[in-house]
Design a protein. Structure first.
Length: 190
């Protein structure tokens, strides 16, 4: 249930900025949310339908944003790499973060943000319905250079989201444990 709530927050983090005309931050909870969602699929007997249902929600979000928020025609082939990336990040969370640690979460954040930066900019360089960069090494470099501010923002938003999702439960457990220990220390001996 918590994983689906996180997925909902991730979707809203993409949709609401357009509703309020505040898209300049480019902050989304998608990367961290997918890592968390994947980590909760581990050992789930329902994993065979959990991942497809999450992907369907994200696909619908992409369709909505493309057609209604951006005003572009929807081109299915232009989203295939993104949808494969969604599944890959969930699987990364499932494998790497089934037993989260600081190092594993940091590796997941770096891997998810960097892979999205590399893949999405490569697809833009190849060109879908709009060719924006020349098909040369200089054009590829220009495409990646233009994507650096988005990469920075995605890395920060993924790190913040993943830190909150994986770190807050650990922090809460440690606080509860120390409160129990303090309570036991203050109990009178029987």
């Amino acid at each position: 249930m918590l994983a689906y709530l996180v997925l909902l927050v991730a979707v809203l983090s993409r949709v609401l900025p357009h509703a309020f005309h505040a898209v300049s931050w480019n902050f989304t909870a998608i990367g961290g949310g997918l890592l968390f969602f994947g980590s909760r699929m581990t050992g789930s007997k329902r994993a065979a339908w959990v991942l497809p249902s999450a992907l369907a929600v994200l696909m619908a979000t992409d369709y909505y944003l493309t057609v209604f928020a951006y005003g572009y025609p929807f081109q299915l082939r232009e989203y295939l790499v993104t949808w494969i990336w969604y599944a890959a990040v969930c699987l990364l969370g499932m494998g790497l973060l089934s037993k989260p640690s600081l190092l594993r979460v940091a590796a997941g954040v770096l891997a998810s943000s960097t892979s999205f930066f590399l893949l999405s900019n490569f697809v833009v360089w190849i060109g879908g319905s709009i060719v924006m960069y020349p098909h040369s090494l200089a054009g590829l470099g220009a495409c990646y250079a233009a994507g650096l501010p988005f990469y920075r923002n995605d890395l920060v938003s993924t790190a913040l989201t993943a830190s909150a999702l994986f770190g807050l439960p650990v922090l809460a457990a440690r606080i509860a444990s120390s409160l129990r220990a303090a309570h036991r220390a203050n109990l009178p001996l029987a």
